[in-house]
Write a protein that binds this ligand. Structure first.
Ligand code: PXP
Length: 241
């Protein structure tokens, strides 16, 4: 099974918004990421529009030659935007205004009643729905009962830990991936992945897609985005054997 790379370009918009102008342009970043081997582009339209804006989503939906994955909170406003632009995929994430980045996964089990109609509407519009969840059997079971076709397992804890604790978290990710795949759910992973920690994640056989942003945009400052994406894709392919 091949392993796709989705490049998250949110932080190109973060740099742009620091000055309030039009540069650097996230759409140009998306095009360079594709040249470097990105199989898809991911963008998170946050409620507070701190990086990606509505106009960015409209432009990306218009010009991209690869699938667009819209990360969104489970709100009516975001649902309406997704239905208007019809990205290839929508990844539902938890969102808190005060957080710096997406902390923890969705409580797919506790939020069943909010998520069920949203998953149904997005799927009805032929948007491939993914739920961003913690790697636990309880959350995978909730995704199964919501009939989500895809889960994205949160690798943030794995990225933050070291030694035995990291090995244990890798085991949780691997077990959750196997359980999801056994139930017919496509498995993605992402958050906090770098050149140094991507290989064990890429080697998990059930994983079909990794979504990586912050590290690649940072690395692009030094080597250019196209080169950074190409190197990450190379590491993923090598880990896959
Ligand atoms: N996947 C999801 C669902 C996310 O919310 C994020 C962060 O926006 C990522 C992947 C990428 O994480 P990072 O920027 O740490 O690579």
């Amino acid at each position: 099974m091949t392993l796709r790379l989705g490049v998250n370009i949110d932080h190109v918009a973060t740099v742009r918004n620091a000055r309030g102008g039009a540069l650097p342009d996230p759409v140009r970043a998306a095009e360079l990421a594709v040249r470097g081997g990105a199989d898809g582009i991911t963008a998170h339209l946050r409620e507070d529009r701190r990086h990606i804006t509505d106009v960015d989503i409209a432009r990306l939906a218009d010009v991209l030659s690869v699938p667009l994955n819209l990360e969104m909170a489970a709100t009516d406003e975001m649902l309406a935007i997704a239905l208007r632009h019809r990205p290839h995929a929508a990844c539902i994430v938890p969102e808190k205004r005060e957080e710096r980045t997406t902390e923890g996964g969705l409580d797919a089990a506790g939020q069943h009643n909010v998520l069920a109609p949203m998953v149904r509407e997005l799927a009805g519009a032929r948007i491939r729905v993914s739920l961003f969840i913690e790697p636990s059997a309880e959350q995978v079971a909730a995704a199964v009962s919501l009939r989500a076709p895809v889960v994205e397992l949160h690798t943030g804890r794995y990225a933050d830990l070291s030694g035995e604790e990291r090995v244990e978290e890798l085991r949780r990710l691997s077990d959750a991936a196997a359980l999801a795949a056994k139930n017919g759910i496509e498995v993605h992973m992402g958050h906090g992945l770098t050149y140094d920690n991507v290989a064990p994640i890429a080697a998990i056989p059930q994983v079909r897609e990794l979504n990586i942003g912050h590290f690649l945009i940072g690395e692009a400052i030094f080597t250019g985005l196209e080169d950074a994406v190409r190197r990450m894709k190379g590491l993923m392919e090598a880990a896959r054997g």
